[in-house]
Ligand binder design. Structure first.
Ligand SMILES: Cc1cc2nc3c(=O)[nH]c(=O)nc-3n(C[C@H](O)[C@H](O)[C@H](O)COP(=O)(O)OP(=O)(O)OC[C@H]3O[C@@H](n4cnc5c(N)ncnc54)[C@H](O)[C@@H]3O)c2cc1C
Length: 299
């Protein structure tokens, strides 16, 4: 029995993962997407290495499932990379295990794992306790790497998978790259309908810019494609001018425009948080301000 299953995507991540694993007991390493040479490198840390050649999340799931059943680890540790996240989130779902990503600290607390992770660009740090066994995905470079030592055995794993891929579909792209625009007009829930967004498009056109959106506009209301969603979980943009119209200025949105050179806010509520971030602000109804602004720009 091994206490920790360390899932490594590259030899560069394994030192950090092993250091984080140390308080929890003896590790076994599942090295996925590794060439023979890379697996040899990982074996230099002195632990058993299960080598999986595939980089597919479904193959990682099958391998992690097999080792989870065999070794019954109390902790599954991996890097917060896309493929590791996809495969290990499936494992957590399959066995109903607690899962956390971007973890920056870990403690062994008997039957529990105590972990920390940041939110809102690390402005808030959350510390939580979850029962073992648990899946923890570490933030890169959050842990110091451990030293190599010894020579571990390498076991080859087949890339069989219990998941069948039915279809691969490329993500639809609207053709708009707001991250390249010098001027972006950001629209928020201050707009009453999708049709009213034509005011924002007219303003953007008059300034040679593009229209971006807050999350609710792109995801909940689906008035604009997700390609133009700005913020911590959307696009980060750095235009010369960002004009926020009917946008309240939530930190998750503003994290996406912190590199804008000049921010202008148009909001009817003078206490809206957006005014704290704005270089210039207009307190007023967008339905009056935008037509006046567009008319002036057209002149
Ligand atoms: C984990 C997490 C991640 C998130 N990630 C993102 C993200 O990446 N991007 C993002 O945008 N949000 C994100 N959010 C959501 C975010 O917290 C806010 O809810 C969202 O940004 C608010 O969008 P809004 O400004 O369009 O709407 P609201 O907050 O509803 O603001 C609308 C504003 O319009 C003003 N207004 C209303 N009518 C008028 C008018 N006629 N004229 C002028 N002004 C008017 C109001 O005064 C108000 O300030 C995230 C939330 C969570 C929990």
């Amino acid at each position: 029995m091994k206490s920790v299953l360390v899932v490594s995507q590259a030899p560069e991540d394994v030192g950090e993962l092993l250091n984080a694993a140390r308080p929890f007991g003896e590790p076994a390493i599942l090295a996925f997407q590794h060439s023979a040479e890379r697996a040899e490198e990982v074996a230099e840390y002195g632990h058993i290495v299960y080598r999986l050649r595939s980089d597919r999340p479904e193959a990682l799931l099958a391998a992690a499932k097999k080792l989870y059943e065999e070794l019954r680890p109390q902790l599954i540790l991996g890097p917060s990379t896309k493929n590791s996240r996809d495969g290990l989130a499936l494992l957590a779902g399959l066995y109903d295990l607690p899962l956390a990503s971007e973890v920056t600290q870990l403690e062994d607390a008997g039957d529990y794992v105590v972990y920390s992770r940041g939110f809102m660009s690390e402005r808030v740090i959350m510390k939580a306790k979850v029962p073992k066994p648990a899946v923890m995905l570490l933030k890169q470079k959050a842990f110091a790497p451990s030293e190599k030592g010894g020579k571990g055995e390498i076991v080859e794993l087949g890339a069989e998978s219990s998941v069948r891929l039915l279809e691969r579909r490329p993500k639809e792209f609207s053709g708009i790259r707001i991250e390249d625009a010098q001027v972006v007009v950001g629209v928020g829930r201050g707009f009453r309908s999708k049709e009213d967004l034509k005011l924002a498009f007219e303003l953007a056109r008059a300034l040679g810019g593009q229209v971006g959106a807050t999350r609710p506009i792109a995801t909940d209301l689906k008035w604009l494609p997700e390609d133009v969603w700005i913020g911590i979980s959307g696009k980060r943009i750095a235009p010369k001018l960002y004009i926020a119209v009917g946008v309240s200025g939530a930190p998750q949105h503003m994290a996406g425009v912190s590199d804008a050179k000049v921010i202008v806010a148009i909001n009817k509520d003078k206490s809206a948080p957006i005014f704290k971030y704005a270089d210039y602000g207009i307190v007023g109804d967008l339905y009056k301000v935008l037509p006046a602004l567009i008319a002036r720009l057209k002149k």
